[in-house]
Design a protein around this ligand. Structure first.
Ligand code: BG6
Length: 500
């Protein structure tokens, strides 16, 4: 039977002649590998983007044959790819899959891996560390001792990168002792989302928005990443982490960076990362008292999400019965620069919320003077909504005359549906990020100083919460979070987008 890949509709952004690689997947049987990484690699293969001799080497503690690993990967790809799984192409992809049994902390186990890699000493090597972060140090140490990190090697690190600035810097030191910064690919999968990259296109590919993208024209900014999902099977991890570390330190702050940064001179990795870093460093630090006023923590209780009843956070497996871990956060952040002084950035994220939605809402200033009837300020200001997921669209609310004799203004939306406008399949975040690492493009990965600057802003908030006697405020699953989150923004005279 022919194993040549049947190419489904080609994805946007394909490149010619993919380079060869050996990709070593630590945590190769884990949840991320099965759910996201192997399906992403399969998709790249189906799009003709995996070189014929490329190898994907799953590494884990389980005793598995190569065939056993291929079978496990096939089951996962069938399950998580749905219609995108094309049975006829599987054998071709499976030929790229290998397996090495290895205990990350046992030096002798690295010999088998070293033997596998020694067959192709010059090819690009990627070590993807998709394990618990407490194994990063051991893995880096053993890789270095086994002498298998070549100048052509790249290390991909999955979040969480530490739990505070000190632990992040320890991880960075360990990895940095084995590889140079340009070999380290720190993942924030939000940067791999097509929609997030579209923000860069919107801001820096158009003349229209940039002159208005500042204080004086923008009144406030909202960033919401709401999930309907609970903690799923990760209760234990989540209970040690919480929404601030799990979502705000990385995904939400990266969105703020892209929204608030100055235009980089080019799209080169360091040009973009330098500008993002300046935003992180300009975030106004919060003292303990301020942190309690400018943040709201919540924790979900039982409720109805979508059509079904779900249990409360404290009943989830792996969660401590008296847990004070937050499953919801709202924050008023400020970026102290000439461009943004006085423009609040309201951030909000949580689990078991009313809707699954990620969006950015930019509310512009009121017009300075009205020539129309009616009290001044009675009309809503212009508003730009950038929906990142589940759908991708941009709407700009403007005022227009409503038909009839009277000169009455009504808000209407200029709407752009990006899914409809571009029929090509967008790349999934991990497809994009794995492809970029194989190509050696660091633009969408976080640099050490960015990660540490983000922790530096987060740590005092965490410390203020830890020192506070109050517990996170309860909210019913299926709601928009605790009422205090509405009060946080209402104090400044605004409302969350879903409340307007
Ligand atoms: C991960 C968090 O980084 O992002 C998860 O650890 C969260 O808790 C997930 O569910 C959300 O990602 P996405 O792509 O589904 O919005």
């Amino acid at each position: 039977m022919s194993t040549a890949p049947k190419t489904p509709s080609p994805a946007a952004g394909q490149r010619a002649a993919p380079p060869s690689f050996d990709l070593v997947l630590f945590g190769g049987t884990g949840d991320l590998a099965m759910r996201k990484l192997l399906p992403a690699l399969y998709r790249r293969f189906a799009d003709g983007q995996v070189a014929a001799d490329a190898r994907i080497i799953g590494v884990a503690r389980a005793t598995l044959s190569r065939e056993g690993y291929q079978a496990k990967a096939e089951e996962a790809c069938r399950q998580f790819l749905g219609d995108a799984f094309l049975a006829g192409t599987w054998a071709g992809f499976a030929r790229h899959l290998w397996y090495v049994r290895l205990d990350a902390t046992t030096a002798a186990d690295y010999r088998g891996l070293a033997d596998q890699l020694a067959m192709r000493p010059d090819v690009v090597r990627i070590f993807f560390l998709s394990t618990a972060p407490d194994l990063f140090a051991a893995i880096c140490h053993e890789l270095a001792t086994a002498g298998i990190v070549t100048p052509n090697s790249r290390i991909m690190l999955e979040k969480p990168l530490g739990e505070d600035s000190a632990s992040a810097s320890r991880i960075n030191d360990t990895v940095g002792a084995m590889a140079s910064e340009r070999q380290i690919y720190r993942i924030d999968h939000y940067l791999g989302k097509e929609t997030v990259q579209n923000l860069l296109a919107l801001r820096f590919g158009n003349t229209l928005f940039e002159p208005l993208w500042r204080r004086g024209h923008i009144r406030h900014v909202q960033v919401t990443v709401a999930e309907q999902l609970g903690v799923e099977s990760r209760g234990d991890f989540y209970d040690r982490t919480g929404a601030l570390r799990d979502m705000v330190q990385n995904h939400l702050l990266q969105l703020v960076c892209i929204l608030a940064m100055e235009a980089p001179a080019t799209s080169a990795a360091d040009a973009v990362r330098d500008e993002k870093l300046k935003v992180l460093r300009a975030l106004r630090p919060m003292g303990a008292a301020e942190a309690l006023v400018k943040t709201v923590r919540g924790q979900y209780r039982a409720g109805i999400v979508g059509a079904g009843r779900v249990e409360g956070y404290l009943e989830e497996t792996g969660v401590h019965a008296a847990s004070r871990t937050e499953t919801f956060v709202a924050i008023k952040a400020e970026v102290d620069t000439w461009r943004w002084a006085g423009v609040p950035f309201y951030l909000r994220t949580g689990k078991r919320l009313h809707e699954h939605v990620a969006e950015i809402v930019i509310t512009f200033e009121q017009i300075p003077h009205s020539i129309f009837d009616g009290p001044f300020g009675s009309q809503p200001p212009n508003r730009l909504v950038i929906r990142l997921q589940p759908e991708e669209f941009i709407t700009l609310r403007i005022l227009a005359k409503s038909p009839g004799e009277a000169m009455r203004l009504k808000p209407v939306d200029l709407a752009l549906d990006l899914g409809e406008s571009f029929k090509a399949r967008p790349l999934e975040a991990y497809e994009r990020l794995l492809g970029d690492a194989i190509q050696g493009n660091l633009t969408l990965f976080m640099r050490r100083d960015e990660v540490e600057a983000a922790w530096n802003w987060i740590d005092p908030i965490r410390a203020a919460w830890d020192a506070d006697d109050d517990r996170p405020r309860p909210y019913a699953a299926g709601s928009w979070g605790p009422a205090a989150a509405s009060a946080l923004i209402a104090r400044d005279g605004f409302a969350w987008h879903d409340e307007q």
